[in-house]
Write a protein that binds this ligand. Structure first.
Ligand SMILES: [Zn+2]
Length: 93
């Protein structure tokens, strides 16, 4: 069985979906970590903090979601990513 592969918006490398955290555009066009795995357009990010920081610095989210109006709260994203990693240690980087 082949695991789904997604591309990390932080480093641009492909990885098994299980090793990535999903982010999506939430209320007010704000990027949030998709803790509940809800639908909609998503992007994927390695669970390590390094790729989140890279994505923030390179403004990768606007590109990943193909819209220029997205915003994000860097501290909130860091916190949300920690929640996801803490809940599911499998695939932790
Ligand atoms: Zn990455």
């Amino acid at each position: 069985m082949t695991a789904p592969v997604r591309t990390c918006v932080g480093c641009g490398e492909a990885a098994a979906q299980a090793k990535l955290a999903r982010v999506r555009v939430g209320d007010g066009a704000r990027v949030v970590v998709d803790v509940k795995r809800s639908g909609g357009r998503g992007a994927w990010l390695h669970r390590g903090a390094g790729c989140l920081e890279r994505a923030l610095k390179r403004r990768s989210f606007a590109r990943a979601f193909r819209r220029g109006d997205v915003t994000w709260d860097a501290d909130a994203l860091r916190g949300e990513l920690t929640v996801v990693v803490g809940r599911d240690v499998v695939g932790r980087d």
